[in-house]
Design a protein around this ligand. Structure first.
Ligand SMILES: Nc1ncnc2c1ncn2[C@@H]1O[C@H](COP(=O)(O)OP(=O)(O)OP(=O)(O)O)[C@@H](O)[C@H]1O
Ligand SMILES: [Mg+2]
Length: 304
């Protein structure tokens, strides 16, 4: 731990460790549930930073729970409703409290369900090459951060650890999980995005894009899992400042990792620009504090 009160890596003794992701540590609870502990780790360009962001794990968990609650009418989700503290020793309860979800262990589908309402990141890159994203044709004349005529489903193949996710066509999704499930995943993803984006806009937040993950339960029912609609899995732009940035051709201001990414673009390691491979450059205190403040502001703005 390199910052007081921040958790870089959990090490619970009460439960067997299943896997560590970039952000979450997953522990097995029997063979049908998982305790997902959101650490304060942050990754950018798929590299995990050495320094944790204080408060981030708890904040992301609160935000995911907020959205699971709001969106439960659209599709079943992985929450069990049981308290995370109930499956660890009393001594370890404070380590999991506020930053964890006790979820159904699902069979993950190997597709990242990305929905875009705006053109940004890899979507903008692909559009400039092909006037389409993941095979979805788009009108001429769109710019970086343009609003799309309607939200589009732009799936990605789930990458192995250390690799980048790769955009794929809807036909590839059909070939991987079957036509029926692919259509259901697409329709549900767009409905979830639309409901969330509409709500966020009433709070002055643009959700430019987001990524959902789904799994199948023991009955084979499509179930929403992982984190949902956090600034780690989505682009969150304050509506204020969007138009001016868009017109000036700049990236819109954001509540998400863009602030850290922008700093990393300028960072040097041994006098050379950082090559976006591990190890990451050491984050200065003001970048840690600035990143924490962005996440905090996103949660406050969304839930006030
Ligand atoms: N209900 C669930 N059942 C099974 N696996 C789940 C469930 N919810 C989330 N997961 C998995 O738990 C992991 C969460 O960890 P984290 O988000 O830190 O990983 P990540 O770095 O995004 O990992 P990955 O590279 O595997 O996507 C992901 O691999 C996710 O697919
Ligand atoms: Mg993840």
């Amino acid at each position: 731990m390199s910052s007081s009160n921040a958790l870089h890596t959990s090490s619970l003794q009460s439960l067997p460790l299943l896997a560590r992701g970039k952000v979450r540590d997953n522990y097995a609870v029997g063979d049908d549930r998982i305790l997902m502990v959101a650490s304060d780790r942050i990754s950018a360009f798929d590299v995990i930073m050495g320094e944790p962001i204080p408060g981030k794990g708890a904040l992301l968990t609160q935000m995911a729970l907020f959205w699971f609650d709001k969106l439960q009418g659209i599709v079943p989700n992985h929450l069990t409703g049981d308290a995370p503290e109930s499956v660890v020793s009393a001594g370890e309860a404070p380590l999991v409290q506020g930053r964890s979800m006790l979820v159904k262990r699902l069979k993950p589908l190997p597709v990242e369900a990305v929905v875009r309402g705006y053109l940004a990141g890899s979507g903008w890159q692909e559009y400039q090459q092909s006037r389409s994203v993941c095979g979805v044709p788009l009108p001429e004349g769109l710019q970086n951060a343009s609003k799309l005529p309607e939200p589009i489903f732009t799936p990605a193949a789930k990458a192995e650890v250390g690799e980048h996710d790769e955009n794929i066509s809807f036909e590839q999704v059909e070939a991987t999980i079957g036509k029926e499930l692919a259509a259901q995943m697409r329709d549900v993803s767009i409905a979830l995005y639309q409901a969330a984006a509409d709500y966020a806009l009433t709070k002055g937040i643009i959700i430019a894009d987001t990524k959902f993950e789904f799994g199948l339960d023991e009955q084979g029912t499509l179930t929403l899992m992982d984190e949902v609609l956090t600034p780690d899995s989505s682009r969150y732009w304050p509506q204020d400042g969007y138009q001016a940035a868009f017109e000036a051709g700049r990236n819109p201001p954001s509540y998400d990792k863009q602030y850290l990414r922008d700093w990393l673009e300028t960072a040097t390691v041994d006098g050379k620009p950082w090559g976006k491979t591990a190890p990451a450059p050491q984050l200065p205190a003001e970048v840690i504090a600035g990143t924490a403040a962005k996440y905090q502001e996103a949660l406050e703005t969304l839930t006030r």
